[in-house]
Design a protein around this ligand. Structure first.
Ligand SMILES: O=C(O)CCC(=O)C(=O)O
Ligand SMILES: [Fe+2]
Length: 315
């Protein structure tokens, strides 16, 4: 059963940082998901990014597959071939996507981005790079507010190196509509939590995203996340859940295939590979000891990234 959900709305227009931090804490504790408004990014820019995304996915398949993700390059991942493969793995990822990463990362095997040829999409690279930079700035601001909300210095995560050269990605996504051959019974994205620090999501307003606030509830209750014009949807990732000893929730979410096709753009801030993810002092006590061992961010993230590559058949 699915119902509509009134997620908290965090408004960055206020200059009262303590009050914003308080609302963020409540949103991260209660839902792990919230809307972010007055984040400083023009609605018209979001529309342009979504337009560019549509143009890319409308290219002929052979053009797109020239930019396929390879062992040493981020790029395009096509729709699964459902007629050939009906495994539950594939049934849960009825989307095509395109990954863009920070090009500065030195530790990862994935150093290089690929771009559609300029003759085909002259504005694509500049638009996506600009989107990446804007999302990085908003997500860093959010992390400093999250730190405040945990009673820490606003620069806490900077000081421990988590934002020094963080792994961060833009993921441009396209979900086909129900008319897509073989879509019957498929999910656009199966139930998952994001593994980084925080995710910022832009969507074109077509429904499909759902969250499950209590993963242990039986049967699970999936609630629709309605679109809020101009807002980014923010969700806490597993890394932040570990830092906060599960005080902040990394909430399960999924995407349904609906009548209409859907476009979205996710930005993942995953943290600097060299930093340590260690339970925050303010989030543990004798009665509430750390639930996870300390782990180097690289070891934590690269394990997840390897699993994703495995899913894409790249390992
Ligand atoms: O497209 C969406 O609404 C969600 C995407 C998502 O959950 C993800 O990329 O991790
Ligand atoms: Fe996600």
């Amino acid at each position: 059963m699915a119902g509509d959900l009134a997620l908290p709305l965090i408004d960055l227009v206020s200059t009262d940082l303590d009050s914003i931090a308080k609302s963020i804490r409540k949103a991260c504790v209660d839902h792990g998901f919230f809307y972010l408004i007055n984040h400083g990014i023009e609605e018209s820019f979001f529309q342009q990014v979504l337009e560019e995304s549509k143009k890319f996915f409308s290219l002929p398949l052979d053009q797109k597959t020239k930019l396929k993700t390879r062992k040493d390059n981020w790029g395009y991942n096509p729709l699964p071939s459902l007629t050939l493969n009906s495994s539950s793995e594939v049934q849960g990822r009825l989307h095509e996507d395109f990954f863009i990463s920070s090009s500065k990362i030195s530790c990862s095997q994935f150093n290089a981005n690929q771009w559609p040829p300029e003759e085909l999409l002259p504005c694509w690279k500049a638009m996506m790079e600009s989107y990446y930079e804007k999302m990085l700035a908003v997500s860093k601001k959010l992390i400093s507010l999250m730190a405040l909300s945990l009673g820490l210095d606003d620069l806490f995560f900077e000081k421990i190196g988590a934002l020094h050269e963080p792994l961060a990605y833009v993921r441009v996504l396209h979900y086909p509509g129900k008319s897509f051959e073989g879509s019957c019974g498929s999910l656009g994205a199966s139930a998952h939590s994001d593994f980084g620090m925080v995710t910022l999501l832009l969507s074109d307003g077509v429904r499909g995203l759902q969250i499950c606030r209590d993963k242990d509830r039986c049967p699970q209750l999936w609630e629709d996340v309605p679109h809020v014009h101009g807002a980014l949807i923010v969700n806490v990732g597993d890394t932040s859940e570990r830092w906060t000893n599960c005080l902040f929730r990394s909430t399960l979410h999924r995407v349904l295939i609906t009548e209409q096709e859907r476009y979205s753009v996710a930005f993942f801030l995953d943290g600097d590979p060299a930093c340590m993810i260690e339970c925050l002092e303010s989030c543990c006590s004798k009665e509430n000891p750390p639930r996870f061992p300390t782990i180097r961010c690289a070891d934590y993230l690269l394990g997840h990234i390897s699993a994703e590559l495995d899913n894409l058949g790249l390992k």
